[in-house]
Design a protein around this ligand. Structure first.
Ligand code: MTE
Ligand code: MO
Length: 317
């Protein structure tokens, strides 16, 4: 993303979280993780150490994979957008080395039958891990092809039983400036937040990813759990999720709050709707020299166009 640097005087008081607030949150998360660890468990794919590069086992091939050439592991893990660790593309790899993605818990809230703070492992364990090779198209006009490992978000949602009132799902990234140095500056209104309409969240393409290239998720790619929504610009694929909330009204999203004219709620990849400051017609696949055409819905139109029938996609960008 391209950011507009704001003067310190522009920073609203609400963006400055008092230290006591985030410390309380960390304590809460840690306590919740300890409580979750007591549950009986069959150590499946996710058991094991917190060390980087741990292999995921029991992974099956999932549907929807592209057979396009995969972006090199080195590029996938060294060219990142993860502003919690800095705004430069190489910052996340460098600044996330000491980040602790375990233990981890995810708070499930809102209009749902089974709200709780779930230990990460408990949230994932009932599901089979799938490998899905998806294209990811960044709004900055570059793209990658990444072999993700995860589970369909829709399967997790079904288990949590949202009520009929739930029309959207809202997601939050961890807010912890001690571990995430980028959060010490008000580049965005932390925590990073995102949202999907319920039918988008339930769509079988939407993935809750816990790894890539056969391994647990690297810190810089959003450990331990992130979203991957391949027909939308990359910024919808929120990283390091600590909260999912089922709500009745359209939730706020981090980039829409930062610059509503440039970033809408839907953020579907659309070559016909330019960003106000650049075209979206072409893209550079990382690792390739020549640019290529950007495809409607990032090439997933057959699967998802039906979600937006009758909507003016220039208005709902
Ligand atoms: N919490 C959080 N999630 C985020 C971002 C971020 O800065 N913070 N960047 C987004 C953007 S702009 C992109 S393109 C993708 C990049 O994912 P990758 O680094 O795994 O390729 O993550 C998205 N998720
Ligand atoms: Mo992006």
């Amino acid at each position: 993303m391209l950011i507009k640097i704001r003067k310190a005087s522009d920073v609203r008081g609400s963006e400055i979280t008092p230290k006591s607030v985030y410390l309380d949150r960390r304590r809460f998360l840690r306590a919740a993780a300890v409580a979750g660890a007591g549950a009986a468990m069959a150590p499946l794919a996710l058991a094991g150490s917190a060390q980087a590069g741990a292999k995921l086992t029991g992974v099956v091939k999932g549907p929807y994979s592209t057979d396009e050439e995969q972006t090199k592991y080195e590029s996938v893990t060294s060219y990142n957008n993860f502003y919690e660790f800095g705004t430069g593309k190489s910052d996340p790899a460098r600044n996330s080395r000491n980040f602790k993605p375990k233990p981890w818990s995810v708070a499930i809230e809102g209009t749902v039958a089974k709200p709780a703070v779930y230990d990460f492992e408990d949230l994932i364990r009932p599901h089979k891990l799938e490998e899905r090779v998806y294209r990811l198209r960044c709004v900055e006009a570059w793209s990658m092809v990444i072999p993700w490992i995860g589970i369909p978000l829709g399967d997790v949602i079904k288990r949590l039983e949202p009520t009929s009132k739930a029309r959207y799902v809202a997601f939050d990234t961890l807010h912890d400036p001690e571990q995430m140095p980028g959060q010490r500056r008000s580049v965005l209104d932390w925590p990073y937040v995102e949202g999907l309409r319920m039918d988008e969240a339930m769509h079988p393409l939407t993935l809750l990813a816990v790894g890539l290239y056969g391994e647990e998720m690297p810190n810089q790619n959003g450990a331990p759990i992130r979203l991957v929504v391949p027909w939308k610009y990359g910024y919808k694929s929120i990283k390091s999720i600590v909260r999912m909330r089922f709500v009745e009204t359209q939730p706020e999203t981090a980039w829409n709050k930062a610059s509503p004219r440039e970033y809408g709620f839907y953020s579907n990849v659309n070559p016909d709707v330019p960003h106000p400051r650049w075209s979206q017609r072409r893209e550079r696949r990382i690792g390739f020299f020549f640019k290529r055409d950007t495809l409607m819905f990032n090439g997933y139109a057959e699967e998802v166009a039906g979600l937006y029938t009758g909507m003016d996609l220039a208005k709902y960008y």
